[in-house]
Write a protein that binds this ligand. Sequence first.
Ligand code: NOJ
Length: 759
Amino acid sequence: MLRSRKRTTVAALVTLALLVTGAQASGIIEPAGQDYQDARAPVDRRVENLLRRMTLEEKVGQMTQIRLGKLRGNCEWNPGPLVEDCMKAVLEDAKVGSILSGGGDAPNPNTPRAWAEMTNAIQKYALDHSRLRIPLIYGADGVHGHSNVLSATMFPHQIGLGATWNPELQEQLGKSTGRAMRATGVFWNFAPVSDIARDTRWGRYYETYSEDPVLAGALAAANVRGQQSDPTDGTARLTATAKHFAGYSEPFNGHDRAPAQLPIRYLQDTVLPAFQPQFDAGVGTVMINSGAVNGVPAHASKYLLTTQLRDQMGFRGVAITDWEDIRFLVDRYHVAANYEEAIAMAVNAGVDMAMEPSDAAGFTAGLLAGVRSGAIPGKRIDQAVRRILKLKFDLGLFEKPFVDVAKADAIVNGADRALARQAAAESTVVLRNEGVLPLSTGVGKLVVTGDAADSAARQLGGWTVGWQGVPASSPMPPTVTVLQGIKAAVPSANVVNAATQADAVAQAGDADAVVVVLGEDPGAEGESDTEEPVLTAAQQGLVDAVRATGKPVVVVLLTGRPQVLGTVADAPALVAGWLPGSEGGGAIADVLFGAVNPSGKLPVSWPKTIGDQPFSYDQVRGANTSPSSAYDPAFAFGHGLSYTTFTTSAPTLKSAEVRRDDQVKVSVTVANTGSRDGTLVVPVYVHQPVSKVLTPQQRLVGFTRVALKAGEERAVEVTFDVRRLAVTAGDMDGAGKPEVARGAYEVVVGDGRARFTVR
Ligand code: NOJ
């Protein structure tokens, strides 16, 4: 009885649904309230509902990302206006679901409004020519602010931000970048980078936060939280990207995209942990390493893209290839005989979307062929498309596919310049100061010289307007150079810009001090690799010459990597400003004249010689390893001077016994013992006196930043997860699981130690 009543009710509901929704194009009838266009329905239901209606052609289109150039001009590289025929081939015929602007792919004129108009127009075309009105997602590299846009505020590059040790600041920078990108209709940012920097020869060193996975991971996760935070300006949300998964920064010979040889133990214990915090923070997408690891291209590795990424690390979002990397499985790596085979290899390994980026018809045809031949299971396609649709629903693109073009300029132009200046100031690391800094604001004559003293292009670095830095044909983004910053800081001083060494020496004669600002050519990726990560002979010669005048000399380094210093190593005042962005000049001047008390600490080890590479503070040094392998940097990881003095007490722990899944609270008392307010970074390390497998002398497990007034003392706490101490167990083959060994450990803070035991 009951049973038959229930059946009647279900039948009545189906009839009602038929009346309400009618027959759908796919022939599948959905009960009312379950339509994928219903914003109130749960996302998973919307995804399943839409997926069921899609043809295979529509599904493979969603798995494809194509570059902007294919939609405009001559449908190739010509940067002309959008062209209907070009758009038809990509968006209607191949049903492509995502478009990207690679570095430098901008509308003309390169204004926020023009970006918004362009992305809206592409979105409108896509929606109007999509049977199911599935919105596009537009992606770009906003790697230091919305850095393709001429009028955007350029923040310091990641390597400088690493020196801030300030996750809250990264969150604000992420928010700002996200706001700017969303205002222009870009809802996918290919940032931040979670690769760890361990080789200064590598051209992308400056795009990383640190050599240390805990510091890099914490900063990247904070940046993701900021980028992906809920908009308050009525747009859809934006997704960040964890890239480049994984091992990309460790090419064995220092050249970008050269293969890496990474023991599984090192991969699991050092490389992958830098990504985990981003996954835990819910980053929506991951971009795959273009390189090969242990003889297998990352794009073809099921171990990396499924076993590690999904099963071990719990990532749930969309995995996208890097630029053209499926094709490179044929052309560069020769692991596949043809494109179709390569597509099957990559998709079966775990690729959800291909940044193809040029051949929409070729990629979709290859993917279709793979499914039809049985080389790619249909359920693998559904899994990938499910993730892509979920991303688009989660971001709100179905409800808010467009942006308000009238607001774009006001939101982006010159936004958050104070934040950019703060970030650059906190990035600045005073490496050495023999009584030279801060310079007096009452200075009479100051000579400012060096190749980066008045060069916005050098200060901004790569990925700024153009891929390799600001192109010669482009106007310069609004930037305060160091020369301009100094002039503004000491308006009554006679600040002389000496363009040549001879002029600098001559002008130094009656000057109070000389500031030498040295940089490197802007560049990106392989073009920025170098076999000589050293200050040039001319740069060293300039510093030698002005030092010979006997005047106080300050050397400011605006470089994307810690260059070997040569004769500059013992300069009496040495400041690392990295690639500090639009407001870098003002920020450097703030530090030089003491308006800001420097707090930056090295996020990397500063090498003494090129032969140090690859280099990091946690190079394994067991008690019995050779003394010649000792860590001997010019300046150590974590080094950085202040204009005040601090003390740090020995650490104390609540309990000397912890379990393997505990959070440990470390307490220390810090004091500002000098006469100026200042900020202290407190890194917390762990040392493991005896371990079955070699472990570093010390591993960073956590850190905090404390602002202290002159004379102030404060108790602070740093919490770390014991799982950070996990090491892959077993023999040389690294076949064991990462696990925390039971036994004795020590927390190390400054010169103090506290013992604890893991039970
Ligand atoms: C190649 C780079 O490796 C990657 O970092 C970037 O996001 C893409 N190109 C898109 O520009």
